[in-house]
Each structure stands twice: as structure tokens, then as C-alpha cells.
Design a binder for this molecule. Sequence first.
Ligand code: PHB
Length: 387
Amino acid sequence: MMRTQVGIIGAGPAGLLLAHLLHLAGVDSVVIEARSRGYIEGRVRAGLLEQGSVDTLAEAGLAARLRREGLSHDGLELRFDGMSHRIDLHGLTGRRVTIYGQQEVVKDMVAARLETGRPLYFEVEDTAVHDVATAHPRITWTQEGTRQELHCDVVAGCDGFHGVSRGAIPAEVLRVYERIYPFAWLGILAQARPISHELIYARHSDGFALATMRSQTISRLYLQCAPEEDLSAWSDTRIWDALQTRLGAVNEGQILQKGVTGMRSFVAEPMRHGRLFLAGDAAHIVPPTGAKGMNLAIADVRVLARALTAFFRGEGEALMDRYSETCLSRIWKVQRFSSWMTAMLHRFDDNDPFEHRVQLAELDYVVHSQAARTALAEQYVGLPYES
Ligand code: PHB
């Protein structure tokens, strides 16, 4: 039997950042993760950080490599009808975004955790959460054939959309809101120079495409595809041809990694039940068009770390009581932005011609109205934190 103040399920950006912020506040935690260290550090995900996310990581002392290797972006490009339009994010908002792969963020956080000497266990199996409605919740799991039991004051469910934590909230309490999109993204990482130093979001009659990057020599490219797309139907040649068609011109190179990402919008409310707190993908999913997944996880954890720190300092549960509401007010605005960006830029097969013309008018309005560009920009660089 082990004991800690906060039992953290999941070593993604949410769980690891929470563990680190708690460590800085002198709060003890144990982090458990179902996958191996190699798996979580190698998993290719999105890689765009809002300025507020970068500041949060910097304040936590987690941004040394991010500051050296991250690519700072002042704008982005929207491409449709064969024309390119730049959105001057920095000119419109005074803020910027940074490209830095999620797995790099995870590597930096794992290194920081190990440095603290506090526990982080990989490849745990059969994780279960118990007694969250009491003041003595527990987490159990099996590791290398041995049953483990962790007694906690608080459990943080940071175990992603498919994790077990959300299931510990009784069905009669949990409300779920969901939308599944009729398409997915096929993403590649390629040994090729990015076509532009900024991101290009393209709407084409064949479907959406996005040109982003990981460095001056590595491109990250995405294509709208069918929801259950069979990767074997996409030869390298077919992928490059589709990218050339939709983006105009791309630099080709060796494809290092390919994958299909499903698209959904999902919110589970409330994000707290008793002594269980959900953070990140365990509570919400956004489609990747707005690049908000990791940023929302970081925003949740800022709020949660403060609330738990206050609690362990004996300042009571007021911030814990407000956790769900505080996070959800940001989450729903980001859901709105992500579904709006998705609707504006994708091809919908069942689009009626009216909807199609409205979609084109929307793009035309966004690039020609300073008010509309500002609205896009202020959400893209990240809404201000509540506190
Ligand atoms: C990425 O760099 O992987 C990325 C960037 C922006 C998005 C989605 C993904 O909207």
C-alpha cells in the first residue's frame, strides 16, 4: 500500500504538468501511465502552443528547450479559391503562437519529473479508481504482475478520452455532449523543407489540407480524408499528389510517419466528482483544426494546480468547488472556435449548394473584414486566462 496527496492517472501533457506544478508548490503526487515511456515520447501529435501555454510552461521552468527549438509564428495563411490571405496574428492581437511538437513537450516534462525524484510509473495495467465520493479515494493497478494500491486525498484523471477516470463519475451525474465529423485527417511527417515559414490552412474542393512543420527541415502535412480511411490505400505518391493539388506546391521528401486522426467534439460535465478531477482529453476533445487540444489541457491544469495547492495549504475547497465551472467556460468557447474553423475549412459531402455558398462567403468575410480577422486571431493565439 502506498500513500500520496494527489494520485495522477496519465502521463500526457495534463498529468505531467499537474505533477510538476504540484511539486513546485510542495504537494506530493504519484503519476501512473498505461503506456511505456518510449511510446508517449514518440507519439506524434499536434504541436502548436498558444502564447499563454508557453508562458505557463516557462513559469514552471519547463521551457528551456522550447525557447531554443520552438518556432515562433506571427501569422498564418488561409488559402481558398486559388488565393492566399495572411492573417497577421501578432499585428491584430500583439500575441504569437509557437510550433513545438507535443511529444517534445512530453519529453521535457518526463525529464523534469524524473529530476524531482518523485514517482512516475509506466506500463501499469488494470487501473481502477475507487471511493471518489469519499475523502479517501484510491487507485489500484497491476505492475509486473503485482497488485498495487495507492491511497490519495485527491485523484486527477488525466488519462485521455479512452481512459478509465471519466467512468468513475456516476452515469446519472455525468452529462456528455458530442459531435462526430464525417471526415478525418491523414497526417504525415516528412523529411522536407516547409513550403512557408507560417502555417497554411487550405480549403479546396477535394477537401481541407494543412501545411505545418516541426523544424526548418521537417514538414508536418495533413489532408482531409474519410473517417475510417485505410492507410494502405494511400501510397506516398497519392499523398503527395493530393497535397500538391490542395496546397498549390509542397516540397516532397521521405515520409517518416503516417497516421489517421478521427475528428470529434466532446465535452463531459461536470469535470469534478467528489475528490476526482478530470483534466485534458479525459473531459473534452476538440477537432484539430484550431490546434487547441494541448492548450486546453494546459489551461485546465493551471486552474487545477491552484485549487489543489490552496486545498493542501488549508485554505479550503472554494477553488476546487469552482474548478469545473471555471474550466468549462473556456472549454465551450474553444469548442465553438474549433467547430467553427472545422466547418469553415472542410468539404462536407452532404453539403447542400446553399451551405457551400455560405461557407465560401464566410471565408471571404473573414479575410476581408478586420473585425472578423481579429476574432479569428484572438481565439487562435489563445483567449486570456480567467486568473
Ligand atoms: C500541427 O503542427 O501538428 C498542427 C498545427 C495546427 C493545427 C493542427 C496541427 O491546427
